[in-house]
Design a protein. Structure first.
Lengths: 488, 95
């Protein structure tokens, strides 16, 4: 069960080689053994998980199973999940048991999958190292002295340590791809609008997008089939009919044009990451792909543009946390304003407050044009750069992150240094494009390296094909960290 | 850009986040560094560029004017810090 693909697990469940209860127990046992060290889950609810597994078994018994029926899935704690504590990694929601399901959760429930737990994350998805979680940082299964990346670090560590075969994440500026890279797993951020944001606690609404995290591209394709879909409750959900994201997995890559943005291989990229990415490109050439030099000239500006737009949207979205309707309320206050101010001062962590304040400032009277409007204009230029690039190539490749996983505390004292870590991922969100990260090697210290693949709008099936063909030729995605290998 | 302690207190008030006197200087320094990064945007000539608020250039969908939500007050208020008789309780606003 440890290293089987989702399709293999589905086949075994369908043939009744093992039951969903047995499969769920297997992963719950791994979770019980590993989570005290890794802190990848905020909430585990074994009884509820096993009850879902029993229902899945009944469905399988009747021959009504789908591909995900009976398969345990870990959900990022940003997805509202009915009856489950849903904290978003924040003290502000430390006691919030969601009264409803996010659309993504509904879709998974319909598929008959089993919720194995809610994964840890940076508070309100604001962070690149998981150090901002109110529930303590997640440890990287490859090296517990290293960060797992963020914000979907709990989901990434869960997959890397094989505590579940599948997980969900969200990506506003790299929050699926960067932890996927740092933990050596596969993660996909779809085109903006593919997965509904309904019930996904909002950070920056024009950038937030849910996506799958798993061992392989094939597994991600299976998961995306379940997650994607139009939902009228999300005003930006795209109505374009159901797609089978597994349809192109087996296409050969002969003649594939891979664009290599020279800005992604410039100063700031660590030599070890650069080497692993170059080696992956050699493999792609062997598979028949061609590499083309391209330019995304405004890459560097994506960080400042993002740190205007995302905090601006966050300051507005997080205004709802006022201690009145749900979550934390300060124990002592004088009047209504004092209650708001103390609730928010005590309920939010330092990074969240920092971003709320940046957002409040850039939207305040007299500064809107200089910051918000200017950022939106450069956002247009960045998106146009990609459109031009995709006239020359089919996919864009480069590193996901400039370095491998860094040590705890290495960047947490300097917000700007932490922000610059997202240099290769942010522009993709600004443009609304799909992007993914697949494992492509290790550093000398044994920490994983991620290869980023960016596609044109709605090119998920093509990207998954490109990733899958590489994974047929390599075994990076099958490697398991030592600590997760032999559990007896 | 140089932010002052008064700027920080003003922003904090607008954001409804209490910032103590002791915290002000740290936050001022951090936000000033972040704004130094943000200021690099100002060098870009954006004349005649249309701002992009959304990647798909969508328009708002309209829906039929009919009831889609039903009353779930008790369920939703079950997670509230303080309620009484179906109302959310907050400190007195009007004397």
């Amino acid at each position: 069960m440890l290293n089987l693909s989702l399709k293999q697990l589905a086949a075994a469940l369908g043939d009744r080689k093992f039951s969903s209860v047995e499969l769920t127990q297997y992963f719950l046992k791994r979770t019980a053994a590993l989570n005290p060290t890794l802190n990848a889950f905020i909430t585990l609810n074994p009884e509820v998980s096993l009850e879902q597994a029993r229902q899945a078994d009944a469905r399988l018994e009747m021959g009504q199973g789908q591909v995900l029926t009976g398969i345990p899935v870990a959900h990022k704690d940003i997805f509202c999940t009915k009856g489950w504590l849903t904290t978003c990694g924040s003290k502000m929601l430390y006691n919030f048991v969601s009264p409803y399901d996010a659309h993504v959760i509904e879709q998974f429930n319909q598929s008959g999958s089993v919720i194995i737990g809610k994964t840890n994350m940076d508070e309100f998805a604001m962070g690149s190292s998981n150090e901002t979680s109110y529930f303590g940082p997640v440890k990287n299964p490859w090296d517990i002295g290293a960060v797992p990346g963020g914000s979907s670090g709990g989901s990434a560590a869960t997959i890397a340590a094989r505590m579940a075969p599948a997980a969900t994440g969200t990506d506003t500026g790299g929050s699926i791809r960067q932890p996927a890279a740092l933990c050596g797993i596969t993660g996909l951020k779809p085109t903006y609008g593919i997965c509904s944001r309904f019930g996904m606690i909002a950070f920056a609404s024009s950038l937030d997008q849910a996506g799958p995290m798993a061992r392989s591209a094939e597994d991600c394709a299976v998961l995306l089939n379940a997650m994607a879909g139009f939902d009228q409750r999300d005003a930006t959900s795209i109505d374009r009919g159901k797609e089978d994201y597994t349809r192109d997995l087996d296409q050969p890559l002969v003649g594939l044009r891979i664009g290599l943005p020279r800005e992604y291989f410039a100063t700031g990229l660590s030599a070890e990451v650069g080497r692993a990415v170059e080696t992956a490109l050699v493999e792609y050439r062997k598979l028949g792909a061609l590499t083309i030099d391209i330019s995304l000239p405004k890459t560097e500006l994506s960080v400042p543009v993002y740190y205007v737009l995302a905090p601006a949207e966050a300051s507005s979205n997080l205004a709802r946390f006022d201690g009145v309707r749900y979550g934390y309320r300060a124990p002592e206050y004088d009047d209504l304003t004092d209650m708001y101010e103390k609730t928010r001062a005590e309920g939010f962590g330092a990074e969240v407050k920092r971003r709320i304040m940046i957002g409040t400032y850039v939207l305040s009277h007299g500064y809107y044009d200089a910051y918000y409007l200017q950022a939106q204009k450069i956002r247009r230029i960045i998106a146009d750069n990609f459109t031009e690039a995709f006239k020359l190539c089919d996919v864009i490749m480069g590193p996901t992150s400039p370095s491998v996983a860094f040590d705890f505390g290495a960047k947490s004292g300097d917000p700007v240094e932490m922000y610059l870590n997202d240099i290769y991922t942010i522009a993709v969100n600004l443009a609304g494009l799909p992007g993914m990260s697949i494992p492509c090697g290790f550093s000398g210290s044994g920490r994983p390296v991620g290869l980023q693949i960016v596609g044109n709008y709605f090119a998920e099936a093509k990207m998954l094909n490109v990733a899958h063909q590489y994974q047929l030729a390599t075994d990076w995605h099958q490697r398991i960290p030592d600590l997760a290998k032999d559990l007896s | 850009m140089k932010l002052t302690g008064e700027d920080i207190q003003r922003i904090a008030r607008l954001a409804r986040v209490a910032v103590s006197v002791q915290e002000t200087e740290t936050i001022r320094r951090e936000l000033s560094n972040i704004f130094q990064l943000i200021e690099t945007m100002q060098a870009v000539d954006t004349t005649n560029i249309t701002p992009m608020s959304h990647s798909q250039g969508m328009v708002q969908r309209l829906r039929d004017d009919c009831v889609t939500e039903f009353d779930q007050r008790d369920l939703f208020q079950s997670v509230a810090p303080q309620v009484k008789a179906g109302l959310y309780l907050v400190p007195k606003v009007i004397e």
